[in-house]
Design a protein around this ligand. Structure first.
Ligand SMILES: Cc1cc2nc3c(=O)[nH]c(=O)nc-3n(C[C@H](O)[C@H](O)[C@H](O)COP(=O)(O)OP(=O)(O)OC[C@H]3O[C@@H](n4cnc5c(N)ncnc54)[C@H](O)[C@@H]3O)c2cc1C
Length: 410
């Protein structure tokens, strides 16, 4: 394995997509993956007999998401039940008046974003919040879930560039499991094999790993921006524009807690509640997703970071406290914690999904650009319009693989 045609670094959605395209060509391809599992931020675990998605869960823009057909073709179940956030009446701890007022504030903010997107200069999306607006804390909580960061850290131009058909489906068996199931048969994947250094100044690329140096004619870098920015994969000679792009596209943070309900029938299926609509540091709780006996708690941004920093158990304890505030103290003895995520603490992710800092929306194209016809880049942060998603990552992997085929004349 010391010499290959193409080395793919990272076996997340982007790396697996690249491998799928390259599998059709007469090339010697290897995927080098830091962890002992594939999928990266696409990860389903089975607990209490339930497939739980710790990372991606929703097939966003499902009516045009290329993964829908591929997953359905494997015999998995595409569930088309709409998400509770698309149905304001599903937010069960809002009054009708609150629902309407929040909906109007949200729509007005969106309109201001759309209008500002074409301005010559970019700015933080927080500047478009209504001064002193009643719903600003909850709008910022939304940003924390959606972008992984509050609006003051989010570029208006980048936020507006995300293209969402607002059709969201799920895979009953788990989106993570579905994505790892798309790895092509016979693919050579080397696990527990982090690439620490990629040199591109010799006749062949040289990739340093704990299993020795691997030489390649071309490489596709599919690691998260936060890993690149932190030096988790160094590239020499340095590529300052790539490093700056990775820094301008940090990974925001979103974390989940899955709680098991002893008496699930007391909760309406596919509904949601906010812990406290007056605060940004609050959870969004999805009750009984797919009718299952669980509550899925979602935290984002600075609040999720603070909970992770507090240590194991903090986000679950916070979730239960907020739910007790809504449903009463009897809930405490009727829920148990199944699992909670810590994506910021994962050294091979260092966060959940990318957002562009104000003024940095152009970095996605910089990050995605090939270098010298043999170094290629993929991953959700490289996607121009579907960044932060699994299908966006998949599309960039396919694109990078096609660039490799063209560059190698295959
Ligand atoms: C909590 C959460 C909820 C989400 N919800 C959704 C959702 O509902 N819908 C959706 O579409 N998306 C969602 N996403 C985002 C989606 O999961 C990601 O955008 C997508 O999976 C990223 O794929 P990727 O291939 O770009 O990166 P990754 O999946 O991060 O893959 C990168 C791979 O590279 C490996 N790696 C890192 N460094 C090295 C190294 N030095 N050497 C070798 N290997 C290395 C990692 O271990 C990893 O396997 C969510 C993410 C999170 C965390």
């Amino acid at each position: 394995m010391t010499e290959v045609d193409v080395a793919i670094i990272g076996a997340g959605a982007a790396g697996l997509a690249a491998a799928s395209v390259l599998a059709t060509a007469p090339l010697d391809v290897v995927v080098l993956e830091a962890q002992g599992r594939i999928g990266g931020r696409a990860r389903t675990v089975a607990l209490a007999g339930l497939p739980l998605d710790l990372g991606c869960e929703w097939l966003h823009s499902a009516d045009r998401n290329p993964l829908v057909a591929a997953i359905a073709a494997r015999g998995l179940t595409i569930d088309k039940t709409p998400p509770p956030w698309a149905n304001p009446e599903a937010t069960s701890n809002f009054s009708d008046a609150e629902r309407q007022a929040y909906g109007e504030a949200f729509a007005a903010f969106d309109e201001r974003v759309a209008a500002a997107a074409d301005d010559p200069t970019d700015r933080p999306a927080s500047e478009l919040l209504e001064a002193g607006g009643r719903w600003n804390p909850l709008l910022n909580a939304f940003s924390a879930y959606y972008n992984g960061a509050e609006f003051d850290q989010v570029s208006v131009k980048d936020y507006a560039a995300y293209d969402d058909s607002e059709v969201n489906w799920r895979v009953a068996e788990g989106y993570g499991a579905a994505i790892t199931g798309l790895a092509p048969k016979g693919l050579r994947i080397v696990g527990d094999c982090p690439v620490s250094l990629l040199r591109h100044d010799g006749p062949r690329l040289a990739l340093e790993t704990p299993r020795g140096v691997i030489q390649a004619r071309a490489a596709i870098v599919c690691v998260p921006t936060a890993v690149l920015a932190a030096g988790g994969l160094r590239i020499l000679p340095e590529l300052p524009a790539k490093l700056a792009a990775a820094q301008g596209l940090p990974l925001g943070l979103a974390d989940k807690v899955f709680l098991k309900l002893d008496e699930p029938e007391a909760f309406a299926v596919e509904t949601m509640v906010y812990g406290d609509s007056d605060r940004t540091a609050t959870g969004a709780y999805h009750l009984r997703p797919l009718g299952r006996p669980i509550i899925e708690a979602f935290f984002g941004g600075a609040h999720a970071r603070a909970l992770e920093a507090e240590g194991p158990g903090a986000s679950a304890a916070f979730a239960i406290d907020e739910l007790v505030g809504i449903y009463g103290s009897g809930l405490r003895s009727r829920v148990s914690v199944l699992v909670q995520t810590g994506w910021a603490s994962d050294p091979w992710a260092r966060g959940s999904y990318s957002h562009a800092l104000p003024g940095r929306a152009g970095e996605r194209a910089v990050l995605a650009a090939p270098v010298n016809g043999r170094l290629f880049f993929a991953g959700e942060a490289c996607s121009p319009h579907a960044f932060s998603t699994a299908h966006g990552a998949w599309e960039t992997g396919e694109r990078a693989a096609r660039e490799v085929l063209a560059a190698l004349g295959t």
